[in-house]
Design a protein around this ligand. Sequence first.
Ligand code: MG
Ligand code: MG
Length: 250
Amino acid sequence: MINRKSREETKRMRHAGHIVALVHQKMKEVIEPGISTKELDDIAMKIIKENHAIPTFLGYQGFPASICASVNEQVVHGIPSKDMILKEGDIISIDVGATYGGLVGDSAWTYPVGKVSQEIQRLLATTEESLFAGIAQMKEGNVLDDVSKAIEMVANREKFGIVRQYGGHGVGHNMHEDPFLFNYSVGDKTLLKTGMAIAIEPMLNLGVDEVEVAEDGWTVSTIDKKPSAHFEHTVMVTDDEPLILTQLMP
Ligand code: MG
Ligand code: MG
């Protein structure tokens, strides 16, 4: 069963998403060589709290921070640290969630640190493109597999690895709700209906698909140590165009 949101719930999710977008706006501004991922976490936490929201990630299954900060070959769930200092040519994926009025917004973006190589630029552009290809399928009457297929097609075109063990998910009163959304086609015929909200989050790798979890129990990295990118928006099916909830409100 996928929860369909009421007007009131949608309003609060939109607000939560706006706060998440404010964090990303700031991240884009402050990410540069020399800053630590702990500093980024502190900045994110401050913005979320100033806006009367709760950092959804903090304490989630014991996660110790407000953002996930995953650098280079790290795919997702990187723990912010004062010892992780960004340097020219790195990429960093920031994933952040905010809960406002009991509802969640969840969005991730991969940022270049200074100037990055051309192949990394292509990885970032393609992963972002695959996210928007997925979003375009979030229409009443489509099925979940249409979203998965659209993401997979863009990734395959560029021959990038697709992370298999992690994917998108329903969002609402909880960060992770049904359904699970694969970033490749598995034939899921679940019908998309107005009011459903799903976090779409392709994770593409410059190398192979396979990833592993570090000894800290959190950090997921590619097994070949090649860079990985992660782009995510929380998106709602409406009777009109797909509504991206995790963007700045006008
Ligand atoms: Mg996320
Ligand atoms: Mg998510």
